[in-house]
Design a protein around this ligand. Sequence first.
Ligand code: FAD
Ligand code: NAP
Length: 447
Amino acid sequence: MTNQEQHIVAVIGAGPAGLFAARQLALSGVFVVIINRDLKPGGLVEYGFYPDKIKMKAGLRKQFSQIVELPQLEYFGNVSVGDEGDITLENLNRSGFQAILTATGAQGTKWLELPGETDYKGVYHAKDLVYHYNKLPPYSKHEFHIGKKVAVIGVGNVMMDIARWLAREKKVDEIFAIARRGPAEIKFDKKRMEYLIANLDQEALDDELGRVAPVMVAIGQDPEASREYILSSLPKAVEAVSNTKLRFYFLASPTKILGDDNGNVNGIEIANTTLIPIDDDTRAKTLWTRRTLNVDTVIYCIGDKVDEKYGLPVQWNEFVKNPNPQYPVDGISYEAYNPESGLPIQGIFIAGWSREVSSGLVGIARKDGERSAKAILKYLENVKPAANYMDIFAKFKSRLNRLEKPIVTKQHLPLLVKAELAEAQKHNLEDFKFDSNLEMLKIMNLI
Ligand SMILES: Cc1cc2nc3c(=O)[nH]c(=O)nc-3n(C[C@H](O)[C@H](O)[C@H](O)COP(=O)(O)OP(=O)(O)OC[C@H]3O[C@@H](n4cnc5c(N)ncnc54)[C@H](O)[C@@H]3O)c2cc1C
Ligand SMILES: NC(=O)c1ccc[n+]([C@@H]2O[C@H](COP(=O)([O-])OP(=O)(O)OC[C@H]3O[C@@H](n4cnc5c(N)ncnc54)[C@H](OP(=O)(O)O)[C@@H]3O)[C@@H](O)[C@H]2O)c1
């Protein structure tokens, strides 16, 4: 291989999966072009993590900056790929990149499609709120009508983050956490409860555990163990800052959103469920009995799906992967696949939450990105390095320059980092973020 010959790969998405994949590829001699919708790199670390995770964010931000600064790598922020984006995947695929990694996370919104869901004001998806309180433009400026009695659907860590924001920032009166299965199937990490346990209505919890105990016991579950799990954070309880009451409703599946004549949510109908054991797990079976909870806001915390307008086939909320991968890593397929033709989509790979939606912590996304890089490197073993990779890059860059919008590059990002640090110091804050693209672009001298 001469100096001029190099593989050139596009990585779409600069969350942990895309960035750590890019790092691995660049360190293996590939020329990497990262294309990111957001101005800043980081994905959900920047715009998903609860805002007070300052230390963890700082450590990750440092690693992300180091990746973006790698000489083998270029970064283009404020560019979205997709059928309705700045550039289509098809177009990108014709730009000469020898492989493309899709690491765009799970940007679609999963709804339950219940009657009333789209009819009334006050039904939201957690992702939009998380982006809002983490100051991601344009969500940062969206208005959300958060009332006093809020139903949160799902009992994972995202629900805990949302409930924490409702109790500690919005200071709502009541939070109704609705789980279609039982206390033994809660998905949240008990540590997350530390910020909420002071707001937990323990009497209501005991009543609810008593109510669902017969169903649990019938299938060999231990209600007391679940109680201990939920209450285990009591010794580390963070002091409450509101009178919010958090109540759990188990074995409850939402069936209808109710509203008033003014178009506002005023209730949620839930069906009782029971548990059917399947292998080592359970399934919720909906029963006929229904009840109504008076709430004025409903927030779905039930996970996400991928963006259906991105340009890759989607099934079951995820991009379709080649069921018989040519380049498996640890038995996992990272290869895009067209189920209609029954053929792999050559050269296009998928990683992170784009490969497996709403799945796992940042370390898992990192590992997934790194494994996808291994799959790409195996694929590239049979692809001749491009003698003209710099021409390919130059052409792509001039195509981006023809877009009528400012594009953020690795040369611009340090200006933003510096300005945000200065603002934090000036206002004596641990962290500061500009919440509009306009401000960020101005600071980077892009407008
Ligand atoms: C609310 C919430 C809180 C979390 N808190 C924690 C936590 O405290 N600790 C922890 O370890 N994990 C946490 N996680 C999980 C962690 O954030 C994820 O595991 C991880 O971010 C997934 O990485 P990813 O790179 O696959 O996707 P993402 O982080 O979503 O990154 C996707 C990237 O792709 C870009 N993109 C999207 N669409 C396009 C497009 N069309 N074109 C170009 N670019 C695009 C986005 O701009 C973004 O930069 C949390 C998740 C959520 C939802
Ligand atoms: N460490 C952190 O601070 C942190 C913070 C936020 C997120 N995360 C991580 O991010 C990932 C995603 O978290 P998540 O909370 O979105 O997902 P999750 O852990 O999978 O929880 C989703 C919840 O929604 C429920 N649900 C899903 N589909 C439903 C439906 N159709 N009807 C009713 N309920 C439904 C699930 O119930 P079933 O169990 O019955 O399916 C579950 O209770 C997880 O890995 C999580 O750990 C971490």
